[in-house]
Design a protein around this ligand. Structure first.
Ligand SMILES: [Ca+2]
Ligand SMILES: [Ca+2]
Length: 232
């Protein structure tokens, strides 16, 4: 029953991905779409390209999640002051600004590195590419990342992914790549059952899938895994 549930869910995700390729050309294999790209100087989602509008959205990530849950949505405009989020099928040039300060988000936000590396080498790889090993600061961001990873998991059920958390400096105190502590975003963690357990001195945080759900686990840093870079 569990296997069937997974199969069905991943079929839908794969189908959505292929729809993006056909219609938007924003999706790239190995990349997770949506991310800060540039200010929207002169670019808006005009009415016949708008697929939804939402107010009181708390972050661009939440706006991107709304977009990824909406058919035919390939790009977003988000204003962090007015909290307005607009999803569109595409965008045009030389059109009027929606609101000053609105930013356009699309294309590369997170990058899945499909090379198996130790946590330290994965961190170095992200830096080399101009990003950093991903820090996950909200459950919305977690959901957004794993929603796309699930497409890769469908073809590799051993898939486990390095993310930017570790407790190398002080046992039990997990920090993200920007040195902020997990404890600073309470309620935003997604530890798996009985994790973190520091089993045989585990100091690096991975994403893993269990019964169709993605969780965090502390793991030995020398293990060689895929990883996700934040390219923003
Ligand atoms: Ca540890
Ligand atoms: Ca563990």
């Amino acid at each position: 029953m569990t296997a069937f549930c997974c199969f069905f869910m991943y079929f839908i995700i794969f189908f959505s991905g292929q729809l993006n390729v056909a219609s938007g050309s924003i999706y790239q294999a190995g990349f997770i779409n949506y991310g800060r790209l540039y200010n929207n100087d002169g670019q808006v989602c005009i009415s016949d390209r708008t697929v939804f509008k939402a107010d009181s959205v708390t972050s661009w990530v939440e706006c991107a999640v709304l977009c990824s849950n909406t058919d035919l949505c390939f790009a977003i405009f988000y204003n962090s002051e007015t909290r307005k989020c607009t999803g569109c099928t595409y965008f045009g040039d030389n059109e009027t600004l929606i609101d000053a300060g609105t930013k356009f988000y699309s294309r590369i936000g997170y990058r899945l590195i499909q090379q198996q590396m130790s946590w330290t080498n994965a961190k170095a790889k992200c830096l080399e590419l101009g990003g950093s090993l991903v820090s996950i600061k909200s459950l919305q961001e977690h959901d957004f990342i794993v929603r796309i990873l699930s497409g890769f998991y469908a073809v590799d059920t051993d898939l486990r992914i390095w993310i930017g958390g570790n407790d190398m400096a002080t046992e039990g105190t997990f920090l993200w790549e920007d040195e902020t502590a997990f404890a600073e975003t309470p309620g935003a963690t997604k530890w798996g059952p009985r994790q973190p357990n520091n089993y045989n001195s585990q100091d690096c945080v991975q994403l893993y899938n269990e019964d169709c759900e993605w969780y965090w686990n502390d793991e030995s840093c020398v293990l060689k895994l895929y990883s996700v870079c934040d390219m923003n």
